[in-house]
Design a binder for this molecule. Structure first.
Ligand code: PFF
Length: 431
């Protein structure tokens, strides 16, 4: 459940719909699903296996096998820091929306879209919400009470799921909604280029929390009798199910409202409130539940990101938990300030791209995929095949019929596939 909590987050509900919208819809979704099944599943199983085998979190897992491989863990830590350089900004938006909706945002449906635009480009307000969101992470991770938030997640995530279904039904009932479903599920491969393929690969890694050793850490907590293949299947299915449902919740309504599919990062913050606004009184209640659920889903993901950095500082740099949390979050807060301000056009840019987009691009389109590739190379070429088989099958107790296929994918196919997709995508200029 904790691994599912890490996987299901802003990546599914905020990022997936707008990335699908910007990347042409159906073809992107089809390629994303292909990557989830053939790469995501295998990489998650690999991370769980390494974690449970070594009983260590990311950096320690590599180091205990071969010091020369520690850099893969360290790359994961850097990636975690960078993702936390923008994730809390969006987490803060979600928190803010709980209060904005409580304060009557839905009473003026026509103003919802503009209100989002002026909110995120305001230099001060989003920073305060980001600070509040980061503070929640700090308190949870500092006190080592992630168990508490996971319990909250067990109640609130199903509620979020139900709200997504409510949004979907409402969206589908609007005139013109079917065009949205067509956009999402009818692939048109003629527009696919290397950038779209890399975006789909990055989305699969980001959404499943793969490529930075996060799932190695969760694997180390798994009991020896747990069925790794089944656990992987469940986490992948839940994560992907939520993403697709978020797509179904968003696109029909967007087409009905005449919002551009490529509208960008504001999508969920504009479409969902508009839909709920159409429902009258009950809509406000639903919208509140939706954004509380989204905030908790975001929290269960970001604490896993923060924890990757914190456990590295504690284990390898011998810091105290409090010191580790504080130093990690100071760096994160600093990065987030740049990220948040960049949306209002303030601060430095690299190739005309602001900090928010730079952190986002670097992490999900480069670091996570490269991390995943290195994790596969490590498992396939450095670890012993029989050891892997013993770990996955619980010493033969739980046979895994597709072991040879998984092994071949991890050892040969995935590293080559990621290298090709990443090089072509980066060469194509991320477009
Ligand atoms: N999977 C999370 C989401 O979809 O929001 C984000 C994430 C968490 C990425 C943890 C990577 C990670 F290690």
């Amino acid at each position: 459940m904790a691994a599912a909590g890490s996987a299901v987050g802003l990546g599914n509900i905020w990022k997936f719909p707008y990335t699908a919208g910007q990347s042409g819809g159906g073809a992107f979704v089809a390629i994303y699903l292909f990557f989830v099944i053939f790469i995501g599943f295998s990489v998650m199983l690999t991370e769980f296996t390494i974690g449970r085998r070594t009983e260590r979190s990311a950096v320690g897992a590599f180091k205990s096998t071969d010091r020369r491989w520690s850099f893969v863990g360290v790359l994961g830590v850097v990636t975690g820091l960078l993702i936390m350089g923008f994730y809390p900004v969006v987490g803060g938006w979600s928190l803010a929306y709980v209060f904005k909706i409580g304060g009557g945002l839905l009473s003026e449906p026509a103003a919802i879209s503009d209100s989002f635009g002026s909110f995120i480009t305001n230099p001060i307000q989003p920073l305060m919400w980001m600070g509040a969101y980061l503070l929640l992470n700090i308190v949870i991770v500092m006190r080592g009470i992630s168990g508490g938030i996971e319990k909250a997640g067990k109640i609130l995530m199903p509620i979020l799921f139900i709200m997504l279904i409510v949004v979907s039904i409402k969206g589908l009932s609007l005139p013109g909604a079917s065009a949205g479903l067509e956009f999402l599920f009818k692939p048109d491969f003629s527009e696919v280029d290397s950038g779209v393929i890399l975006a789909a690969l990055g989305q699969a890694f980001f959404s499943l929390s793969l490529g930075m050793g996060c799932m190695i850490t969760y694997g180390s907590y798994l009991k020896k009798k747990e069925n790794l293949v089944q656990t992987t299947g469940m986490v992948v299915a839940m994560d992907t199910g939520v993403a697709i449902l978020a797509g179904v919740a968003m696109f029909p309504a967007m087409f009905a409202f005449g919002i551009e599919p490529a509208a960008g990062p504001g999508l969920v913050f504009v479409v969902v409130p508009q839909l709920f606004a159409e429902m009258g009184g009950a809509g406000t209640m639903f919208a509140l539940l939706f954004f509380v659920g989204l905030s908790v889903a975001a929290l269960t993901s970001s604490i896993s990101l923060l924890e990757v950095v914190v456990s590295y500082l504690i284990d390898e740099k011998k810091m105290s938990r409090i010191g580790a949390v504080l130093s990690a979050s100071v760096v994160m807060a600093f990065l987030c300030i740049f990220a948040s301000l960049s949306l209002g056009g303030v601060g430095p840019t690299i190739f005309d791209t602001g900090a928010f987009d730079v952190f986002d691009l670097l992490t999900d389109k480069v670091f996570l995929a490269v991390g995943g590739m290195l994790i596969c190379i490590f498992a396939g070429w450095r670890l012993n095949k029989q050891d892997l088989k013993d770990e996955i099958t619980n010493q033969g107790d739980k046979p895994f019929a597709l072991f040879e296929l998984w092994y071949a994918l991890v050892k040969y196919v995935i590293p080559v596939a990621i290298a090709i997709v990443a090089i072509a995508g980066i060469y194509g200029g991320f477009t």
